[in-house]
Design a protein around this ligand. Sequence first.
Ligand code: PEP
Ligand code: MN
Length: 340
Amino acid sequence: MIIIMSTDATPEEIRSVEKEIERVGLRPFMNPGVERKVIAVLGEVDVHKADLVEHFSTLGGVARVDVISDLWKLASRSYHPGGSSVKVRDVVIGGDIIVVAAGPCSVEDEGQLFAIAEAVKEAGASILRGGAFKPRTSPYSFQGLGEKGLKILARARDRVGLPIVTEVMDTHDVDMIADYADILQIGARNMQNYSLLKKAGNTNRPVLLKRGPAAKVKDLLMSAEYIMAEGNQNVILCERGITTFEDATRNTTDINALPVLKRWTHLPVMLDPSHATGDWRYVAAVSRAGVAAGADGLLIEVHTDPAIAKSDGPQSLKPDKFAALMQQLGKVAVAVDRTI
Ligand code: PEP
Ligand code: MN
């Protein structure tokens, strides 16, 4: 349920509506970023209890009470019908411009990251990606450079001027990683790590939340809700392919998820064609499909020498292929009334 206060509602009226929400055992939530005075009512609200809607409608300063029937409340499109965007330094994700985050799967060393950062910046990327804490299927695979990798990422940001996105795997590392990163990535394997979601919800860093390979779109939205219910409204969702019976590719890109998410939530939605396909040969085609299907951004793995990459080399684009893709994407973006 959301309570829309009239534009001339006084702070006292707002406060007493909040008190009333608490009195009936629910939790008032005001989004400070929103100009309209909208109070979300959180908790197990029985939407059929018409008397509660009636009751709130009669309080002083209340213009209207709307029932949000979705299980995800703060993430629901009915909460912000116009859509929301996330601002990271001077990059806006969820606006007319489609945002491309690119970089290696893992940060390997300074020379590698600087070379890739310069190449993706030159090609038009507006965010630099790179993992320092890597969730690997095998414990014997490269696990990332840890904090050393974060320091390299921060230096790359200073050098090329792109904000950085990097993964956080453990609740204990959230504050430390938030000191370096502009965007915290919660990876597919951790999409339902509720302690991690809550911890990220208590930071002031935007969160890029990736869909689990076996998670429904609904589950992804409930995970976003966990972050938002803690106070952090800056959540970006990311489709990265799901597990199906098809094994021609690493995962199957759920392109349907893009329009479904755009309808169900106001949050910006990105697509990761690299993990979705697992093969650099399909990354360009799936990126074009993603832009055509309404993605607000793409997350693409790029490596100057994929053959020796410490992780995900087979799905990484070389800089020249990435630059050519950026040119093509510009044309697809125009076809859907956007730019890149
Ligand atoms: C990554 O972005 O490198 C990554 C590990 O992604 P995912 O969590 O989608 O597998
Ligand atoms: Mn990867």
